[in-house]
Design a protein around this ligand. Structure first.
Ligand code: ZN
Length: 273
């Protein structure tokens, strides 16, 4: 049996730690080969709470380097074996050329040959356009990676079929814990407000127990100092709140070629191993 392989494809540095850190840490510790593809360096964002243009903000170029360094540190803490940065423009991933992004992700899928892929769901957690875009591009890339390779195709290797695709799917309880620790998550897109969008409990096909990993996740989250140090509440979180934040991770099984049915899974590799 080959080493099982898990790949997360996400939009920004810190998505891996905040969105699915417990899952990545748990499987890495169990010997699964974990890879991470991050589409942007999130260089258009804030620095320690200061918006771009503020005197204390180092500028987009410097922030890109800072955030890449934080991402590499967090990935190391979580046990990520392969980290790929795709270098797309932050906050504009949905405006990138779809065929190009899909091919870039498909190349990583063919190169690293994951059994299981996880990404954001179609709602992008709170409607963030980059999250919505990476969900769509990743889903399409899995189809592209499985297509037969044509002569002259520079797609990173022979065709590869992913066995299972999962979407990060937070229920109401996870959002409540998260927004109590950080802030109310909203994104304003073309004048309309988008908010955290909980998944109904019945729709969670898969819930992973990551309670043993929360100290590792917290360490990974803390690597993103340019972001998390703006949140005073985080410094005073008790173990119970940490466990509520990182102790259980839930997903929606978008497809599986190896299992199905109504029973809730406790393992992303159910049906594979
Ligand atoms: Zn993000």
């Amino acid at each position: 049996m080959d080493t099982p392989r898990l790949m997360a494809v996400l939009a920004h540095p810190d998505d891996e730690s905040l969105g699915c850190g417990g899952t990545l840490a748990k499987y890495a510790a169990a010997g699964v080969e974990v890879s991470l593809v991050t589409a942007t360096r999130r260089q258009a964002g804030r620095y320690r709470g200061h918006p771009p243009g503020h005197a204390a903000h180092p500028g987009a170029t410097a922030l890109a380097a800072i955030r890449e360094g934080e991402l590499r540190a967090a990935a190391g803490v979580l046990g990520v074996r392969h980290l790929s940065l795709l270098d797309y423009e932050d906050q504009r991933l949905d405006c990138a050329e779809p065929a190009e992004v899909i091919a870039a992700i498909a190349r990583q899928v063919r190169r690293l040959r994951p059994d299981v892929v996880l990404t954001f769901g179609p709602e992008g957690a709170y409607g963030h356009p980059d999250h919505v875009a990476i969900s769509q591009f990743t889903t399409a890339a899995i189809v592209a990676a499985a297509a037969p390779t044509r002569a002259g195709d520079e797609a990173g290797g022979p065709a590869h079929t992913v066995s299972k695709l999962y979407y990060i799917a937070w229920p109401e309880s996870a959002w409540a814990a998260f927004q109590a620790a950080f802030r109310r998550l909203v994104s304003s897109v073309d004048g309309r407000e988008r908010q955290a969008t909980p998944w109904p409990d019945w729709a969670l096909t898969t819930v992973i127990d990551t309670r043993d990993c929360w100290p590792t996740v917290w360490q990974a989250v803390s690597c993103h100092a340019s972001q998390v140090e703006a949140y005073d509440t985080l410094r005073t979180l008790g173990p119970g709140h940490h466990e509520a934040l990182w102790g259980w991770q839930s997903y929606y099984r978008a497809f599986s070629t190896v299992n199905g049915g109504r029973a809730r899974e406790t393992d992303l590799f159910a049906g594979i191993l």
